[in-house]
Design a protein around this ligand. Sequence first.
Ligand code: HSE
Length: 318
Amino acid sequence: MNKYESVTAFAPASVANVGCGFDIMGFAIEGVGDKVTVILKEGGNKSDVILKGKYGHLVPFQRIKNTAAVAVDAFLRATGNSHANIEIILEKNMPLGSGMGSSASSSAAAVFAVNYIMGNPLTTSELIPFAMEGERVACGTAHADNVAPALLGGFVLIRSYNPLDIIQVESPSDLYSAVVHPHIELNTSDARRVLKNEVSVENAIIQSANTAGFMVALIKSDFALMKRSMSDLLAEPKRTQLIPGFDEIKNAAMSTGAIGCGISGSGPSVFALCQGEKNALAVASIMQHGFSKIGLFNEAYVSQLNSKGTSIIDFSEV
Ligand code: HSE
């Protein structure tokens, strides 16, 4: 007997890659995210997804195309609940193709809510593969660097995809993130297409040294080491062409005291890591100015890392 008739979960936005960790590092942020309500129906067939929110009209309602529904249905199959008729209401508050983990936010909230309504058969970590299926329909690749931080909160390292090995990493309490989202849409699948499939041994050495350096910097709160490590040879050099004003904005952020600055996920949002809120606000403002100067409307999100991850925000009992 199920205890709940409906459950609503909220999942935060996230920054993937974090400079030197293409597809393997990400963190959750505060202040923006999607909400998903699941309702357990008596019998009947699974219905299309009900879409609400500012960006609801932009996502597919069909269950096989909607990231939230794909994640829910993968969960139901794997837990032997394929028969359960779960209605899904997605409140899409995040812009699409923003580089802030919009699709991940939908699928993380969806699997968290359905797990809860089914009596929590799985741990939050065990939900990650189902949320990754949502990413697969969104961009063609089941990457975990947005869904893992969105579900777990904080800073996350994906040590391995096969088998999945995900590690939550402590981060300094005065580490702030400033993310600026220019109002242009960039599909992750397009931004992945510009990447090369080959990496030289020389660049692989530099990249892995920086990733290792970044991890040590997080654990030791060593901001100088973090700064030296935040350099990306895999994605950023190829993707900057897709983001108007990127080089100038990055230079301005670094001159304003950012620890590091890069493309948030696959872009077009740009993020900076900063020590303390005051610096993060100043850096966000200079980055916003950079986009405004070239005629791009934008908004900024400044916060500490979101340590909570996905959470239940409402429910009704049977
Ligand atoms: N790691 C993914 C990419 C994140 O850069 O393509 C997408 O948000």
